[in-house]
Write a protein that binds this ligand. Structure first.
Ligand SMILES: C=CC1=C(C)c2cc3[nH]c(cc4nc(cc5[nH]c(cc1n2)c(C)c5CCC(=O)O)C(CCC(=O)O)=C4C)c(C)c3C=C
Ligand SMILES: [Fe+2]
Length: 441
């Protein structure tokens, strides 16, 4: 008898009790059934390659589930979820095969967890640690996506030595980001040979994913740094409302959106021929991560006029100060009474706008964060900036250089962490992220 509400059936056909369910690679959805939370919640719903989010409290809305396998990795063009757990790892093994084995194991576990399953189908003995840590048992997939990236150190170590026989295929643009004016980077929150971006609409699901991948990597990788994010600061789909950052402004209005695949091809996805030495990256992207502290106490003592001048948009509705509504085009030429531009030339939107940056755009996918408070009673808060770009040399570094030296916002910001990762294309069903690099393409 196999019924979601009756219990779990073992391979021999016997009905198992909860203890056996924990030992086996039990589906989290089955655990939902076990706990009587409603099997109806486990139905996937896909539309046009990405699922609709469970944005309402309506019980009949299926929670989002995004497939791990596909042409591109999920977690880039996927509608931005509400929570983030980002982790960067140092690879501790010197053995190429162990690294490949890890990437295979991560991909298998990621495919399971994004489907709402436990991290492993393996059955472990009662005397061994469970194959899944258990804290997501009973929880649905919650829109989980797991995106894996490769840092510069995966290809060459600090002395320039080829670590795993892949140095000749390192992407040209994959370098430690340069120092920008005002950077105050903490080495303990920067860099990494590998990264995992886990996004979900439930923080427990995102943390569970990183925790299990770190556990699987024990002995092959060591966690270098990690960051939790609690509120998305971008929209990556026109179906999403624009959220707000910790300065209280709508953030993500002029972001690239999944509904415009031509712009994603132009600005996000690496194309064949972009880098003849790294064709394996075609269909992938680059992930820029910046931990940006925001001096929110200072901001909170700043007049609304000054705040809006700094950003270049209306705080209440997100419209450009030149007028219109949130999605109106910004008019940088419009002059005010004194003949000066209404949108300050040093405002954030002016300096980040494509017209100031040779037409380049990026797909922003950042999150708000708070990490306690300091001895002065100030909240350690900010924006964990994540952007996906086709080439950081053209799509990130020039813009960040401009912002760091001219942006009016800069007075309230301090960059404290940094990372650049090449994000391989998505894996074929049954294969693994990184196969195009390690299996040679
Ligand atoms: C180098 C890239 C960027 C960094 C770093 C960055 C930090 C940062 N941004 C905000 C708040 C807002 N940014 C907005 C727009 C915007 N920002 C960037 C790039 C970086 N931001 C771009 C490319 C854009 C879009 C520009 C355009 O095309 O008009 C906005 C306006 C709303 C929106 O369009 O999203 C806000 C608000 C903060 C607080 C911050 C660092 C903490
Ligand atoms: Fe911005």
């Amino acid at each position: 008898m196999t019924s979601e509400s009756d219990g779990v059936t073992t391979e021999s056909g016997e009905e198992a009790g909860p203890r056996d369910a924990r030992r086996s690679g039990t589906s989290r959805r089955r655990m939902l059934g076990l706990t009587g939370a409603g099997a109806a919640l486990g139905v996937a719903g896909f539309a046009g390659g990405f699922a609709t989010r469970a944005a309402t409290a309506d019980d009949t809305t299926p929670p989002a589930k995004y497939p791990f396998f596909g042409a591109h990795q999920a977690g880039i063009a996927t509608p931005a979820q509400d929570r983030l757990h980002f982790a960067a790892f140092d690879v501790t093994t010197t053995d190429r095969q162990e690294l490949v084995t890890l990437l295979r194991a991560w991909s298998m576990a990621a495919a399971r967890m994004t489907a709402g399953e436990s991290a492993s189908a393996e059955e472990t003995s009662y005397d061994a640690p469970p194959a899944d840590t258990g804290e997501a048992d009973g929880l649905p997939a919650s829109g989980l996506t797991i995106t894996i990236g490769f840092g510069p150190g995966l290809f060459r170590d600090a002395s320039g030595k080829d670590r795993f026989g892949i140095a000749a295929r390192a992407p040209k643009a994959l370098r430690t980001l340069p120092h920008f004016p005002g950077d105050n980077l903490d080495a303990a929150r920067s860099g990494g040979d590998l990264c995992i971006q886990a996004c979900a609409d439930d923080p427990q699901v995102a943390v569970h994913a990183v925790r299990n991948l770190a556990r699987i990597g024990f002995g092959t990788v060591a966690l270098r740094w990690s960051q939790l994010g609690f509120g998305r600061t971008s929209s990556t789909s026109t179906s999403q409302a624009t959220p707000r950052n910790l300065f209280g402004f709508k953030d993500g209005t002029a972001n690239l959106k999944a509904e415009d695949p031509d712009l994603l091809d132009k600005h996000v996805w690496v194309a064949r021929g972009d880098d003849s030495g790294a064709e394996w990256l075609a269909g992938g992207s680059y992930l820029v991560a910046r931990r940006i502290n925001m001096q929110i106490e200072t901001w909170d003592r700043t007049s609304l006029r000054e705040q809006e001048t700094n950003i270049g948009r209306d705080r209440a509705n997100g419209a450009p100060l030149s007028g219109g509504t949130e999605f109106s085009a910004v008019d940088f030429a419009m002059k005010g009474r004194g003949g000066t531009p209404i949108i300050d030339p040093r405002s954030h939107v002016r300096l980040a706008h494509p017209s100031t940056n040779g037409g380049v755009q990026m797909l922003r996918r950042g999150y708000n964060f708070t990490d306690g408070s300091n001895a002065l009673g100030r909240i350690d808060a900010g924006l964990f900036f994540i952007a996906f770009v086709r080439n950081p040399d053209t799509h990130y570094i020039p813009m960040q250089t401009r912002l760091a030296s001219q942006d009016r916002l800069q007075e309230y910001l301090q960059h404290t962490g940094s990372g650049l990762f090449a994000v391989p294309p998505g894996a074929d069903e049954g294969s693994y992220v990184g196969a195009s690099l390690f299996e040679g393409r």
